[in-house]
Structure formats: C-alpha cells, structure tokens
Write a protein that binds this ligand. Structure first.
Ligand code: MN
Ligand code: MN
Length: 463
C-alpha cells in the first residue's frame, strides 16, 4: 500500500465542516439559524425559554402531561416544572422498560439577579443592587445595555410579569464603570477584581419626585413608576425574581454571516436544536424525552435543576401509568447531555491543548468527560457508549469533533451529565463550541448549531 493510502486509512484527520458539507446542507444550516435567533430573542431567561419552548411545542401538537394517564405511541406531551424548567415527551412504540432516548440541555444563563432589597438612592441617582448568577467575568458586564425580566409574586398570590428593555421603545439600564482618566488605582487591581461583585449596581433613574421637603425623592419617583405600572411596592421586591440580561438581539456575525453573536448561547444553542428535534418526531421506536433544565449555571441544585429528582419523576410517572419498572427504564435509557464546550480562540490558543480542543465549524463536540484536576467531578462516558454515538454520527454524515475543556489543570467545569448518570443512564456531553462563553455576547457557528440539531434528531430516531 502507498504511504498516502495507508495514512488515509490509519490517521484520524479533522476536517473543517465546510470542506465536507453540500450546498444544500449549508443552506439548511443558515435557514435553521433564523429560527434559532428568534428563539434566542424570546428566551433571554429560563422563564421566557420555558414559555417560548412550550408555545413551539403546542404548535407541534404537544399536550400537557397528566401523570395519572397512560399514553400511547406517538402521543406528544410537555411538562412545565414551576415555569423555570420543562420536559417534552414523544411516546415510543417500544416498552418503556427497554429505555428512552433523553436529551438534556439547560435554559438558564449567567446574568445579574436583583438582591431581595435592591433599590437605593445615592447622590440623587436610583440604583439596583445585584447578585451575579453563574460564572461571570464581572468586568465584562459594565457599560452593556441591560433589560430586566422576571416576576413579582405579591402577597395576594398574584404573579406580575416584568419585561423592560426588549421593545425598541423601552428604556434600558446599565452598570457604569470608571472613566480611564480616573482609573489609575482601579487599573492596578487583578482582572478578576477589576469590577467587584458589590460594584455591579444597575442605574435605573435620576429624576426626583416633585417635592422638595423629603429625602430619597429619586427612589420615591422610581417606586411610584413601578406602583403605577405593576401595582408593586418596595416590599414586593422581597418575593421577586428579577434578572438583568443584555438588552440587544441575536445577530449574524461576520462578513460571511457564518456565525451568530448573542447573549445566552450557553445553553440555548443546545436547547433549541433539542427542542426542534423532538417536536418534529412522528412515532419513535423508543420514548423520546427532552429536558430543558434550570440552575445548571449554579450547580444544578434546586427543584428545577437536574441535581433534583425531576428526570426520575418524569420516568416514574411514565412507568407507573403502564405498570412498568422505573429502575429498568432508567438503566436502559441513553442520554445526550447537550451543552456547549469552549471553542479555540486564535487570540487565546495557549489555554487549549490543540489535539484535544474543539474548533468553530468543525461540528458538534463530544466531550467525553468534563471536571477539573484529575477528572474530578465528572461522569466519564464509557468507551462503549461513545462508540455507539460516534457510529450514529458517521452513519448520518454529521460533522463532529471531540473536545476537552482546555488544557489539563487550566481550570475546568461541569455539566448536568453527572446528575443524569447518577440515575443509571448512559450519558455523554455533546454540544456546540462557543467563543467568549459566559460573556454578555457569545459567538457560535451556524454550521455547528445545525449539526447539533441533526445529532439530536438522529439520536431519537436511531438509538
Ligand atoms: Mn452550559
Ligand atoms: Mn455555562
């Protein structure tokens, strides 16, 4: 055999997705990204993502799941977990004890949450105290236009929805930073301290209430505006969940429009493909489940996160109605933990180990293990399961790559994979490579997003 042929046969060569895909696939990828951008703009918080996702599912014929009912093959169901997490189910032909195909993505993203007592006035400006949510680089969140989303839960039981800053005519908000002229002391701080947690204060007003005899008139004026618009008082902030997120919309990025820039790709960039894949299913062999979880960015704790029994309960409800074993169903199920990985950035290549890093346009990334240090805090997917996933990807001509989250000991991270694995399922992380992950403006490639969709689709149909 010629050297060249032997190399072709034995070497594992990575290829840029654009050198492999047809024009039809490229067009399909660009078309898919239009729906995705729309989803991003309507899903800036976990609550908005649940609402948008359920609306899309209902249009595809999904009905609210009733745990007391037994369902037949082809029936499409959704579960709304406290308006902050959701699951979508298409009942399969096979006995549930033979297992389900599960995709799990998360719909919460790093952001600035308001504290319980947020509103204050200082030198006649009105501000909100925040507590950041998830892993952010704090300096990135200043001088960025912000919108506020969330709810006030009032004592009378009513829940008031709040969205300010998304409509073209809405006002927006901002965390201010020091001017360079006066930043000589601040500039000496290490980057992680450039802006401190207690400096992430959001400016929301400056006009005093018309009365010169009292103090805190700017705060009074702001509370009056909130009272007139939402019927809330300062005490109602105590039982509210209000989140500051970037106010801008998702946009095509690059002269060639090959990428999408947006807030919140992590992890809507996997949630949307997973949702699209399940909503388009007819009658799968195995029951298909798509979980869109909350709280991943803070460690998956809480009853809307996947370190709860949320997924267990879904499976238990499905099994009980049929008189089947939940344990067997879980043990025989397979899962794609659909989450992003860090794409290699040409400016910061040195945090990556190039042979095991992921790249933009090289397709969906399989991450066999996450964690930190000596694989601490991860569920390392089995060779056997990764082998099956690899085989499915190649059979369907899906562009894919394998990637680690950076160099050994460079840092680390985790996903929901280990919580799913704890229930006994086979699970591997698979998702889209992202640049500037966790920044207020993240970048992904359209080709990679589309490959994630093709993956989830093939997974439910073939596994
Ligand atoms: Mn994520
Ligand atoms: Mn994340």
């Amino acid at each position: 055999m010629e050297t060249k042929e032997l190399k072709e046969m034995l070497f594992n060569k990575k290829k840029n997705g654009y050198s492999v895909i047809t024009d039809e696939v490229k067009t399909a990828a660009f078309d898919f990204s239009e729906g995705y951008k729309n989803y991003l703009n309507n899903s800036k918080t976990e609550r908005k993502a649940v609402k948008t996702s359920i609306e899309l599912a209902k249009k595809a014929g999904f009905k609210e799941f009733d745990p007391k009912k037994s369902y037949n093959a082809g029936e499409k169901l959704y579960i709304n977990n406290r308006s902050k997490a959701a699951a979508f189910i298409v009942v399969g032909e096979e006995d549930i004890e033979l297992g389900a195909t599960v995709t799990a993505a998360h719909i919460d993203s790093p952001r600035l949450d308001l504290k319980p007592n947020p509103l204050y006035e200082d030198i006649e400006l009105g501000l909100l105290k925040t507590h950041y949510y998830g892993g952010i680089r704090k300096y990135q969140w200043t001088a960025v236009p912000l919108a506020i989303h969330g709810v006030f839960a009032k004592k009378d039981g009513s829940v008031i929805d709040v969205t300010i800053g998304e409509d073209e005519n809405d006002p927006i908000f901002v965390v201010n930073d020091l001017l360079p002229h006066l930043a000589s002391e601040q500039s000496k701080r290490p980057l992680s301290q450039g802006i401190r947690g207690e400096e992430l204060n959001v400016l929301i007003g400056s006009m005093p209430f018309k009365d010169d005899s009292e103090s805190e008139l700017v705060k009074l004026n702001l509370l009056n505006i909130l009272f007139e618009k939402y019927g809330v008082t300062e005490a109602d902030f105590l039982s509210a969940e209000l989140e500051c997120v970037p106010a801008y919309k998702a946009k095509d990025l690059g002269l060639d429009r090959s990428m999408i820039g947006s807030y919140g790709h992590d992890d809507r960039v996997c949630a949307y493909p997973a949702l699209m894949a399940i909503t388009e299913l007819e009658i799968p062999k195995k029951t298909a489940i798509c979980v869109l979880a909350d709280k991943e960015e803070t460690g998956s704790d809480g009853n809307t996160g996947l370190n709860s029994d949320f997924l267990y309960h879904i499976m238990d409800d499905l099994c009980r109605a049929k008189g089947k074993s939940t344990t067997l169903a879980l043990r025989n199920s397979v899962c794609l933990s659909a989450d992003v990985n860090a794409a290699t950035d040409p400016t910061f290549k040195d945090v990556m180990e190039p042979r095991n890093a992921s790249y933009l346009n090289y397709g969906v990334v399989i991450t066999k293990y996450t964690g930190s240090g000596g694989k601490g805090g991860t569920s390392d997917a089995s060779a056997e399961y990764v082998g099956k996933v690899r085989s499915m990807l190649d059979k369907n001509e899906i562009v894919w790559q394998i990637g680690e989250l950076g160099k050994v000991d460079a840092g680390g991270g985790g996903t929901v994979a280990k919580y799913v694995a704890n229930l006994g399922l086979d699970v591997v992380d698979l998702g889209v490579p992202v640049l500037s992950m966790h920044a207020p403006f993240e970048t992904v490639s359209k080709l990679d997003v589309y490959m994630a969709y093709l993956t989830m689709s093939a997974f439910h149909k073939e596994f």
